[in-house]
Design a protein around this ligand. Structure first.
Ligand code: BTN
Length: 257
């Protein structure tokens, strides 16, 4: 309930057009449907809960009320291979939002490609889905963000956590996260539009999880072990194998060894 005289919530930057839902199968599915119907850049679908939340690699995303579920329709004027960089902008914006509402002394790190970790456990995930118009041209991109605010899955491929569990104030809710994320995402996308991927890459690398460490990279058709050396100018992971050769990895999951 909004008290008389209280500001309407959520308050988003004017560039975003909010579609607020109580329940939906998946905000990504809904945003993709709206995008296919011509929804404009900046359409932001937000739901209190999802009944069929989607994760990366065809996995499910548990979506009870109390956490944040949003998907943005974006129509950046860029080649398809640059669009993935917006996943890094989203991860950085989640990191900023979590940092601004979370308790002091939290360790926020970024796990390739787009996970956000809090004290080494996954607090947020990002799912990009796109449609192309011709070989190299992007028609639309749906950027889905899920942040564990009040609960986290107990059984997960990668250990998970949530903001409350890590000590955030009980007064913090998903609307605070939504408002903060959207402000920070706007600022990271402006930086990306003005100066390209370099500032995002720098910020992401300065808090990258497992950089310089031994990792296992599970790719669609093989599993590799090596040292996580870098991300390149597109956001691909550079893995140094034991024989010293380097592999450029564009899709997959990484795990600590
Ligand atoms: C991951 O596997 O880490 C990505 C999870 C992405 C979840 C978010 S929740 C909002 C949006 N709608 C979905 O169905 N998925 C994304």
């Amino acid at each position: 309930m909004t008290l008389p005289g209280a500001p309407e919530r959520p308050r988003l930057p004017p560039a975003y057009r909010l579609v607020a839902l109580d329940s939906v199968t998946s905000t990504n599915e809904e945003a993709a449907r709206l995008a296919a119907e011509g929804a404009e850049d900046g359409t932001l679908v937000w739901a209190r809960r999802q009944t069929a939340g989607r994760g990366r690699q065809g996995r499910d995303w548990e979506s009870p009320a109390g956490n944040l579920y949003l998907s943005l329709v974006l129509r950046p004027d860029c080649a398809v291979n640059r669009a993935a960089q917006l996943g890094f902008a989203a991860a950085l914006a989640v990191g900023d939002a979590v940092g601004s509402v979370g308790p002091a002394m939290l360790e926020i790190t970024y796990k390739w490609p787009n996970d956000v970790l809090l004290n080494d456990r996954k607090v947020a995930g990002i799912l990009l889905e796109s449609r192309t118009a011709g070989a190299e041209v992007l028609d639309w991109l749906v950027l889905g963000v899920g942040v564990n605010v009040a609960s986290h899955p107990k059984e997960a491929r990668y250990p998970a956590t949530d903001l409350k569990f890590e000590g955030a104030s009980p007064a913090i809710d998903e609307v605070d996260l939504l408002e903060s994320f959207s402000r920070h995402f706007m600022s990271w996308t402006n930086s990306w539009l003005d100066d390209g991927f370099a500032p995002l890459r720098r910020a992401w690398l300065s808090h990258a999880h497992a950089l310089g460490e031994e990792i296992e990279a599970r790719l669609p058709r093989e599993t590799l072990r090596g040292t996580f050396r870098d991300i390149d100018e597109h956001g691909a992971l550079i893995l140094e194998l034991q024989d010293g050769t380097r592999r450029v990895i564009t899709a997959g999951d990484i795990y600590d060894l």
